[in-house]
Design a protein around this ligand. Structure first.
Ligand SMILES: Cc1ncc(COP(=O)(O)O)c(C=O)c1O
Ligand SMILES: [Zn+2]
Length: 446
């Protein structure tokens, strides 16, 4: 029996498999749409089987093999991705209680620990490589700000495929090195992420090589949906609130797909409120959302959004200046009673220090923005009493060694022990908390 088909989200045209979808250049020939979803035969039975009597010895993301768009286990390309913990961070709960009198539970999805390259893009890397292998696709093209490029490079190399990665002009050198070291080709495009994307598209057309097709790519969406399935499996309560740093939007679209499947199987009742967080230096979706919200979401609000050329952010993973997924994504956010907010980029370093000293977890900058979003959501009254909040930590610090170096306050050079003084850790903690406290609580004495 057929396992799945791909169905156009706009006009419901059905594609039998990836062969048909790829053959139509990942565009629906009937309506021009680029958003297809994997629809499974007997979804409910499959879901129940996966949770109740999981016959698979597969772990991590692949424990959901029955509801992933792959027809043979033989084609799985895996490195244990998704096999990560969900931790509870009491210091975030204590802050909510102390300053906002909100009692809530806060969990963090430790995607920072993903086995292969240390970000939640490993989920997508694994599924994309598996689907490409199953469909005999030897060459692939992607534009990337870094994390997706390195994840695809690592996994596609495993089945000996060839990958072309187009990165923006100002991507860090180590990201380029990380991708190419697997034996794949990297092109540094003179321009921003949008320029890298258009060059990738042009190259893919000219050379007739399949390319990654953005935020709605069913391979990436299906991979990301497994995060929602993990919350259902691991947590006593399904989250009321989902928080993630936002760039292109694949993460939340995947999470929504996972939640929808759980709703269909009556395993959960509704979507969590999606609170997505952009860095203040590249926040086109937050800007569009704020405007729409302030105007009471007038007709056509979803289509009004700014496009930033060369966004001036130091967090390259969050540098999507042209948020083309906004019209669809923003509808989902509204349906979930969620919000799109931003977090000041100039507090990110101190917040990373706070998180490392309070939890021993060292995060990459995009993941810090997600945690910053939690604080800002408290400030805006978006976290309510008894909420179960889930923060998706998309990357650990090993995704960004330059960021780690920046976090080191300064080198203290000494040549005699007499030059060394005692360290006042309490004072240090006060210092690293102060900017965040001021921003969230205002300038008064805390
Ligand atoms: C660590 C991390 N967090 C968040 C994002 C944003 O992801 P999305 O595409 O879901 O907006 C990215 C994207 O590269 C990322 O690498
Ligand atoms: Zn269509």
């Amino acid at each position: 029996m057929k396992k799945f088909s791909l169905v156009c989200n706009t006009c419901s045209k059905s594609f039998n498999d990836f062969v048909e979808w790829f053959a139509s250049n990942q565009v629906c020939p009937d309506c021009g749409g680029q958003y297809v979803e994997a629809i499974y035969e007997n979804l409910i039975e499959r879901l129940i089987k996966n949770f109740v009597k999981n016959k698979h010895s597969l772990k991590g993301m692949w424990r959901y093999y029955d509801i992933l768009p792959l027809n043979s286990e033989r084609n799985i390309v895996t490195a244990g991705e998704g096999n990560v913990s969900i931790d509870r961070w009491h210091f975030l709960e204590a802050f909510a209680k102390q300053y906002f009198n909100v009692s809530c539970q806060v969990y963090v999805h430790r995607n920072d620990n993903n086995n292969a390259t240390g970000s939640f893009k490993d989920l997508a890397g694994s599924l994309v490589a598996s689907v490409l292998q199953e469909n005999n696709i030897q060459q692939y093209v992607v534009a990337s700000t870094g994390n997706i490029g390195v994840a695809f490079s690592r996994y596609i190399s495993r089945y000996n495929g060839t990958l072309y990665v187009f990165i923006p002009e100002h991507s860090p050198l180590f990201k380029e090195a990380e991708i190419s070291i697997f034996g794949q080709r990297v092109y540094r495009v003179m321009g921003d992420y949008a320029a890298a994307k258009s060059m990738a598209e042009a190259f893919s057309r000219e050379k007739n090589i399949l390319s990654a097709c953005g935020a709605f790519d069913p391979m990436r969406v299906e991979a990301k949906k497994t995060m929602a399935l993990e919350w259902f499996r691991q947590l006593d309560y399904f989250p009321d609130v989902y928080i993630q740093a936002l760039s292109g939007g694949t993460g939340p679209i995947g999470v929504i797909k996972g939640c929808r499947e759980l709703i269909t199987a009556k395993m959960i009742k509704k979507l969590p409120r999606l609170i997505l967080v952009q860095t203040s230096r590249c926040a086109p979706m937050a800007e569009a959302w704020n405007l729409a919200k302030s105007m009471g979401f007038p007709d056509g609000w979803q289509k009004r959004y700014p496009v930033y050329d060369n966004p001036d952010t130091g967090i390259s993973t969050l540098a999507t200046g042209n948020p083309s997924a906004y019209p669809v994504l923003s509808n989902y956010i509204k349906e979930s009673n969620g919000d799109i907010i931003d977090f000041p980029e100039d507090i990110v370093n101190d917040l990373a220090r706070v998180i490392a000293s309070e939890t021993s977890v060292r995060l990459g900058p995009a993941a810090v923005v997600a945690v910053g979003g939690y604080f800002n959501a408290l400030k805006k009254g978006l976290i309510l009493k008894d909420d179960h909040v889930l923060i998706n930590l998309g990357e650990g610090i090993r995704r960004d060694p330059e960021f780690m170096v920046q976090l080191n306050k300064k080198s203290i050079r000494v040549s005699r022990s007499g030059e060394c003084t005692l360290f006042d850790r309490a004072q240090y903690k006060n210092e690293i908390w102060s900017g965040l406290r001021q921003y969230i609580l205002g300038p008064k004495d805390h």
